[in-house]
Design a protein around this ligand. Structure first.
Ligand SMILES: O=C(O)CCC(=O)C(=O)O
Ligand SMILES: [Fe+2]
Length: 394
C-alpha cells in the first residue's frame, strides 16, 4: 500500500514484462515504479509537462529497435503505437488525457503505463489469482511469467454460460463444418484439422467475442476476424511454434507495417479455448516456460521441460502474450499442441493483435509471401518447427 494506492495487484515480483510501469498518483506528486518493480520506487512531481517528463524519464522509444538477425539487418524502422495510461479498471488514457485527468479532474490512485499502448495483464507471480472484475467468478491464474501465461478458471466449471458456449461451438462445428474439416489437407507440422468461424455468424459466437473482449480488456476491433476451431484426433499434433512472426525471418518485412497507422502490426496475444478434452495427451506444451531453451529437433517432446496445459483440470482457456508491453516479441512464447493419445481434442484460437484490424486489411494482411508451400518460414532459422500460424486458409 502506497498512500491511497493498493499496488499489490500491479507490481511484478520480477521485472519480466518490458515496457510496463506503475504510478501511484497523489497530490502534486506521486510514486513511479519503474518496470512495475517495488525495488525501483522513485518520487515523481506532477506538473503540466508530466507526459513529456515521463517519456524522457522512461526513455520510451518510438522505435522497437530489433537487433539485426545474423547477417541480415532490418530495412524497416519499426514505429510503435503511442504509449498510453490505463486505470486499474481498464480505461485507456492518452498521455494528454492523463495530464488533464490528473490536474483538472484530480484523479488519484493507481495508473498503469504500457509503452506499446495496449492493455496487457501483469503476471505478478506464479500462482497469482485475480477475478476478471471485482465481482466476477472468472479467475485469471498466472501459470508462468516467462512467457506471460495464464489459465482461465471458473468458480464452478460445470455451470454457467461459458461452458455452455464452448460446447455450443463444438456442436456448431461438428454439425455444420464436418465436410470442410475432413477435406482440409493437413501438413506435417500441423496435422490437426481446422475451420474458421466468423464471430458475427451466430449470436453465441458474438457472445464469445464479447467475453473475449472482457478477458483481454481490448476492443474486438483488435481481434482476428474469425475464431479458428481446431480438432485433433488420435496422433494429431502441432509442432512447437510461435503465434507471432519474427520479421527477421521474412523477406518482405513491410507486411508487418499496419496499412493505415503505419506502425508495427503484429499478433499480440492468443486466447486458446479448451472446448473438449482428449482422454490422454493433447496438452499445450510451453517448452520455454520459466526460461528454458528452444527444444530444437524435439518439437513435440511434451516432456517435463516448461509447462503443459489442458482443460482436464477445469481450465476453460489459456491466455498468453506473444509481445511484451513494449511491443517487442517475447521469444519465450514457443508452444506445441501435443499428440493426442486417446480421444478427440477440440480447441479454438481467438487471436488478438496489437491494434485495430478492421476490414478490408484484415483479409490481405496474411498472405503466403515469405513461406514455401509447406507453410514454413523461408528464411533462417531453417529448422523444422520454426513455423508460425498463418491465417491463409479462409
Ligand atoms: O492445440 C493446441 O494446444 C495449440 C494450438 C496452437 O498453438 C495454435 O493453433 O496456434
Ligand atoms: Fe499456436
Amino acid at each position: 500500500i502506497d498512500g491511497a494506492c493498493d499496488l499489490s495487484p500491479w507490481l511484478q515480483e520480477e521485472p519480466v514484462d518490458k515496457g510496463y510501469h506503475v504510478i501511484c498518483v497523489g497530490d502534486g506528486e506521486g510514486t513511479l515504479y519503474l518496470n512495475a518493480s517495488a525495488a525501483s520506487r522513485s518520487v515523481l512531481k506532477f506538473d503540466d509537462s508530466l507526459p513529456e517528463f515521463l517519456e524522457e524519464l522512461l526513455q520510451i522509444k518510438t522505435h522497437l529497435g530489433f537487433k539485426p538477425h545474423s547477417k541480415r539487418s532490418s530495412a524497416v524502422q519499426w514505429k510503435k503505437q503511442s504509449w498510453a495510461f490505463f486505470t486499474v479498471a481498464g480505461e485507456r488514457w492518452t498521455p494528454e488525457e492523463a495530464s488533464s485527468k490528473i490536474h483538472e479532474y484530480d484523479y488519484r490512485g493507481v495508473l498503469l503505463l504500457f509503452e506499446g499502448g495496449t492493455w496487457r495483464w501483469p503476471g505478478i507471480r506464479v500462482g497469482y489469482e485475480r477475478p476478471l472484475q471485482p465481482d466476477s467468478d472468472v479467475i485469471l491464474r498466472t501459470v508462468a511469467l516467462k512467457p506471460a501465461l495464464f489459465e482461465l478458471v471458473l468458480q464452478d466449471a460445470t455451470k454457467g454460460t461459458i461452458p455452455e458456449l464452448l460446447s455450443d461451438v463444438v456442436q456448431m462445428s461438428e454439425k455444420r463444418l464436418q465436410r470442410s474439416l475432413t477435406e482440409k489437407e493437413a501438413s506435417e507440422v500441423r496435422t490437426s484439422q481446422q475451420h474458421w468461424l466468423s464471430y458475427n455468424s451466430h449470436p453465441k459466437l458474438k457472445q464469445l467475442k464479447k467475453f473475449t473482449s472482457e478477458v483481454l480488456r481490448l476492443p474486438s476491433s483488435y481481434f482476428e476476424r474469425d475464431l479458428q476451431v481446431l480438432r485433433y484426433t488420435k496422433g494429431q499434433l502441432y509442432d512447437a511454434h510461435r503465434d507471432y512472426w519474427d520479421p527477421r525471418e521474412f523477406p518482405d518485412e513491410e507486411r508487418f507495417v499496419h496499412p493505415v497507422s503505419k506502425t508495427w502490426n503484429m499478433r499480440f496475444a492468443t486466447l486458446l479455448w479448451y472446448l473438449r478434452d482428449a482422454v490422454h495427451g493433447g496438452e499445450t506444451w510451453f517448452p520455454r516456460a520459466h526460461g528454458g531453451p528452444i527444444p530444437y529437433g524435439e518439437w513435440t517432446a511434451c516432456d517435463d521441460r516448461g509447462v503443459k496445459m489442458s482443460g482436464r483440470n477445469g481450465t476453460v482457456a489459456i491466455l498468453f502474450y506473444s509481445l511484451y508491453s513494449s511491443g517487442d516479441i517475447d521469444t519465450y512464447s514457443w508452444h506445441c499442441g501435443c499428440p493426442v493419445g486417446e480421444g478427440t481434442k477440440w480447441a479454438a484460437n481467438s487471436w488478438i493483435w496489437n491494434q485495430p484490424q478492421s476490414p478490408p486489411y484484415a483479409k490481405s494482411r496474411t498472405t503466403k509471401v515469405g513461406r514455401n508451400k509447406d507453410n514454413r518460414v523461408s528464411l533462417a532459422p531453417q529448422k523444422k518447427g520454426a513455423t508460425d500460424d498463418v491465417a491463409i486458409e479462409s
